[in-house]
Design a protein around this ligand. Structure first.
Ligand SMILES: Nc1ncnc2c1ncn2[C@@H]1O[C@H](COP(=O)(O)OP(=O)(O)OP(=O)(O)O)[C@@H](O)[C@H]1O
Length: 332
């Protein structure tokens, strides 16, 4: 006899079970509709992590942007800035492992913000500035050890680590220039309305002066060709070309200015008697400089320098005012 190949008969479902399955499918269908709706309305977001490793401190910036770009450049928003406790990484020259360890609390924070499924695709950079430039000049082996340790620490996290390096002075200056003009909306104007991003044209850009802890940068669009290629930077942002001049002056930062001031105070000639700082005065001024303490007046900082015998009024406190970004103005 020919064997029968009829499919086995399904057991028939009770009407109650049918109703339950029907409701289940409806629920699944509903959920799918919501998911598709959400996916269409909320565009996919990419994340990026940037460590700004300055001479005085390090911060981790967590950025997010829609996967689509505007004329080839992303519209980026800062999700969070995590302040790394402790000094800048160049201060760990004699304890490089400490530099790596100092970054971990902020990396842990980032792992709570970036969704787990996107962490492996999250580009992560560490850019170091004047503190590491100075350390590299003083002792390149120690600088490499610090980079090895911070790279090791970041490498322990499931991110797309793209490296830790010292930015060139013109990179540092021009990134500052982009930040200033992006925030002033002179590169692009973004309006976030009804869930969509509309981008309009830009006005004329501004130059940027950046006074850091150990260097200062000047960056602007000169409008004529820049002859020195080391100071010439080119960017194409949101469909517009920018040809910039950018230069960084190493040692012309706030901390360095204070060190220079201290050195100048040390060099007061002995012949002027009371103008010679007393040991007590020097200790006092050192402690003031070290922690940039003193009286804070709004955005200004007033530091006292004891220049000799307090009994002699003309050589009492020598006051300077440190403006918010570091310039020193003598008061007397
Ligand atoms: N709003 C502010 N008011 C007063 N002081 C400030 C302010 N912002 C920064 N500073 C001081 O200015 C100095 C430079 O700060 P910044 O964060 O630019 O340094 P950095 O990035 O560590 O240095 P560098 O860029 O040279 O590596 C620091 O000493 C900092 O304490």
């Amino acid at each position: 006899s020919i064997p029968s190949h009829r499919p086995p008969q399904r057991p028939s479902m009770s009407p109650r079970l049918l109703r339950a399955v029907g409701r289940g499918w409806l629920a699944v269908l509903g959920l799918l509709t919501v998911a598709v709706f959400v996916l269409v309305l909320i565009p996919a977001k990419d994340y990026g992590l940037v460590f700004d490793a300055g001479s005085t401190h390090t911060s981790l910036y967590i950025y997010r942007w829609p996967a689509d770009k505007e004329n080839g450049t992303g519209i980026v928003s800062q999700v969070e800035a995590c302040y790394v406790s402790g000094p800048g990484i160049s201060s760990y020259a004699d304890n490089p492992a400490g530099a790596g360890a100092s970054l971990k609390p902020c990396l842990d924070r980032a792992m709570k913000i970036v969704p787990a499924e996107q962490q492996r695709e999250t580009p992560t950079y560490l850019g170091a500035t004047a503190g590491m430039r100075l350390l590299r000049m003083e002792n390149s082996t120690k600088a490499e050890q610090v980079f090895a340790e911070v790279s090791k620490a970041i490498g322990e996290y499931p991110v797309d680590f793209r490296g830790a390096r010292i930015l060139t002075g013109s990179e540092e200056g021009s990134f500052g220039w982009i930040t200033v003009n992006y925030l002033l909306e002179t590169l692009v104007k973004v309006s976030w309305r009804e869930g969509s991003v509309s981008v309009s044209g830009c006005s004329s850009v501004l130059g940027a002066l950046d006074l850091g802890g150990a260097s200062t940068q000047i960056t602007f669009q000169p409008g004529v060709p820049v002859e020195d290629r080391n100071t010439s930077v080119f960017f194409r942002l949101y469909g517009t070309n920018y040809s910039l001049y950018s230069h960084s002056y190493l040692c012309y930062g706030q901390s360095q200015a204070l060190k220079m001031l201290l050195a100048a105070l040390h060099q007061v000639p002995r012949g002027v008697g009371a103008a010679q700082p007393s040991p007590r005065a020097m200790a006092h001024s050192r402690s003031n400089v070290g922690c940039a303490c003193g009286q804070r007046v709004g955005n200004w900082q007033r530091l006292g320098f004891y220049l000799g015998n307090p009994q002699i009024p003309s050589f009492g406190w020598k006051e300077v005012v440190v403006a918010s970004q570091g310039s020193l103005l003598p008061l007397s």
